[in-house]
Design a protein around this ligand. Structure first.
Ligand SMILES: Nc1ncnc2c1ncn2[C@@H]1O[C@H](COP(=O)(O)OP(=O)(O)OP(=O)(O)O)[C@@H](O)[C@H]1O
Length: 591
């Protein structure tokens, strides 16, 4: 629904009402349309300047988006038709960042440059106040703003009509089409033309989505025809599963495989990996990205179950106690505990593979304690070179207990062969259990002779794949840090911890809690006690310089109660820079 523009008051009445609103005086609210009045109030809350436009600038906006590709031909056509008129055609992303602007009229073009309605600038309502772009996106509906209805004074000679563009399947707003002209030339046709153009772009998006999905579907069918295995195809809007996937995988396994496939979408490269599934199956996956004439279309995963069928059938009961010294009942974590516990009991040498800090060593120790309490557990660190051979011989020489070969993948190829020889010579019997920890995705590159000694493997899930275990990990780790019954988390703080991606896994959570216990020794941990990294949602591990910068921005934003301009000022940064960095670091602080 769009509010009628027939109810527009005369420019003078509107100008007076705006002046009075800005001076917080009594004014004739009947002369201002409801949507505009609501937007003026929001603009005031955002403390937008009413006498000029200063808005964030992004130097290199992403111009490779599907929306821009779909809109190109439509914008070219409209630009041709409007070539004799003083009308500017603007396309923004869903955050009101201007991606494209076409203006044939030189005077209008100069004016728009002056008010920063140009590529790379944001026209979000929180920066510019009431305007056809930001206000339409805020209300998620077609909106025209005429003359003095604009919040910022120097937009009052303009009229603009913005129409959100939606994804044909998900309905998600992808961006916005705006037409801007001089106020004196504007009429109801402006909004009608903007709506028709946005509709044409949506039709193009539909065609292109169709092309992408057709490419994905063809790749999926090719993979299905190639064999009897499990095949899944995914993109951000769509999931396809073949019959084998439905018959061989229980729903939890399907969900775990899909989660892996969706993560792989970001990489756009072929990948092969093995993973344990919640049901007890172990699967070997190969992921192939699919592209189409109009860009990336998604990816196809082919999977093969490696585990014996009877083992697959043995489901893990998540109510069973986990191993000693570790906590968590999330399906994938429980699966890893179950497998490694069984391998330790059966003395089957094992590789524990997983991301840094995910708990590989903790699991190895726990499995050792469960299987052979009282016997020694020797951990031999293989990263960083050094005299590992003597330590390995000494550990094996005890002839019982467990030996953890930590960071086995850090050993150069030649030394991996040397280790295989040491293990051959040792002629160990079933009293010794060996377990090696390796980084995610590195198992395949290990020396084949060495791998003969490690016939089984376990994937240790990253914390984000059993995030529910944060609830159990927090009290457990606090107790380890000596604060057991003294400290606990408030629901708000726990919520923040549960929302984090934890690229550094449990080790990162432990580090965070260690920081917290330095400042709060007893009582309740509140959100403000948590360090800045808990306010961000970022999927990669930041380097030290990036972490420092992120922390400084989070602190400045907290000090400024979420006000980005004040935070930017305090840090001596431009608003454009802080705006970009907030996006890059996934910082989430409500104003
Ligand atoms: N489920 C768990 N329950 C209790 N503590 C855990 C759990 N998972 C991990 N931890 C703790 O998290 C920290 C990191 O775990 P650990 O050292 O085992 O990780 P890792 O995968 O071996 O790391 P890296 O590959 O970096 O050496 C340790 O303090 C460990 O005790």
């Amino acid at each position: 629904m769009t509010e009628s523009t027939g109810s527009l008051a005369s420019p003078d009445r509107l100008a007076t009402a705006r002046e009075q609103f800005l001076c917080t005086e009594e004014f004739d609210s009947g002369s201002v349309r409801k949507t505009i009045l609501a937007s003026w109030s929001r603009s005031r809350t955002h403390q937008v300047a009413a006498d000029h436009v200063v808005t964030p600038f992004v130097e290199d906006p992403d111009l490779e988006t599907p929306l821009l590709q779909s809109a190109g031909a439509v914008l070219d056509g409209l630009q041709d038709k409007l070539s004799d008129l003083a009308v500017s055609v603007v396309l923004t992303d869903d955050q009101a960042l201007v991606l494209d602007r076409r203006t044939e009229d030189r005077a209008l073009e100069r004016y728009l440059d002056g008010v920063q309605l140009a590529r790379g600038f944001s026209y979000a309502e929180e920066f510019v106040g009431t305007n056809g772009i930001g206000t339409a996106l805020e209300g998620r509906q077609a909106t025209a703003v005429f003359g003095h209805e604009h919040y910022a004074e120097n937009l009052d000679t303009l009229a603009c009509a913005g129409v959100p563009i939606r994804h044909p399947i998900s309905g998600q707003v992808l961006g916005l089409l705006d037409l801007t002209c001089w106020r004196k030339d504007a009429g109801p046709l402006l909004l009608a033309l903007a709506k028709a153009t946005a509709h044409d772009i949506e039709t193009e998006v539909t065609n292109q989505v169709g092309l992408r999905e057709l490419s994905l579907f063809s790749a999926y069918l090719r993979a299905c025809r190639r064999g009897q295995g499990i095949v899944l195809a995914v993109n951000n809007d769509l999931v396809m599963l073949n019959d084998h996937a439905r018959q061989l995988l229980v729903p939890e396994d399907q969900a775990a495989l899909l989660a892996r496939a969706v993560e792989a979408l970001d990489t756009q490269s072929d990948r092969s990996l093995s993973m344990d599934l919640p049901s007890g199956a172990r699967a070997r996956l190969s992921y192939t990205p699919v592209s189409s004439d109009v860009g990336p279309a998604g990816g196809v995963v082919r999977a093969r179950l490696l585990q014996e069928p009877e083992v697959v059938a043995a489901r893990v009961d998540s109510r069973l106690p986990v191993l000693p010294g570790v906590v968590g009942t999330g399906a994938l974590w429980a699966r890893a505990c179950h497998s490694i516990g069984r391998f330790a009991r059966d003395r089957k040498w094992t590789v524990a593979e997983g991301e840094a800090g995910s708990g590989k060593l903790a699991l190895a120790r726990a499995a050792h304690s469960a299987a052979t309490a009282g016997a020694p557990c020797e951990v031999v660190e293989l990263a960083g070179g050094g005299e590992w051979e003597a330590r390995v011989r000494e550990a094996l020489g005890k002839g019982l207990g467990s030996v953890v070969f930590r960071h086995l993948d850090a050993l150069p190829a030649k030394q991996q062969r040397a280790l295989a020889e040491v293990l051959d010579e040792a002629r160990l019997d079933a009293r010794v259990w060996g377990v090696a920890t390796v980084s995610e995705g590195r198992q395949d590159g290990l020396d084949a002779d060495l791998m003969r000694h490690f016939p089984t493997s376990v994937s240790v899930p990253p914390l984000r794949h059993h995030i529910e275990d944060v609830r159990a990990l927090v009290p457990f780790l606090l107790a380890q840090l000596g604060k057991g019954p003294l400290l606990h988390c408030s629901p708000g703080a726990l919520q923040l911890l549960l929302r984090n991606e934890w690229p550094g896994n449990v080790a990162q959570l432990r580090r965070v809690l260690r920081t917290v216990v330095h400042t709060r020794r007893a009582g309740v941990i509140e959100p403000e006690d948590l360090p800045p990294e808990c306010r961000t949602v970022v999927k990669r591990v930041l380097n030290p310089l990036e972490s420092l910068e992120r922390d400084a921005i989070v602190r400045a934003l907290l000090d400024a109660e979420g006000n980005k301009s004040r935070a930017a000022h305090a840090l001596g940064m431009s608003r454009a820079t802080i705006y970009r960095k907030i996006r890059d670091y996934g910082i989430d602080i409500p104003s």
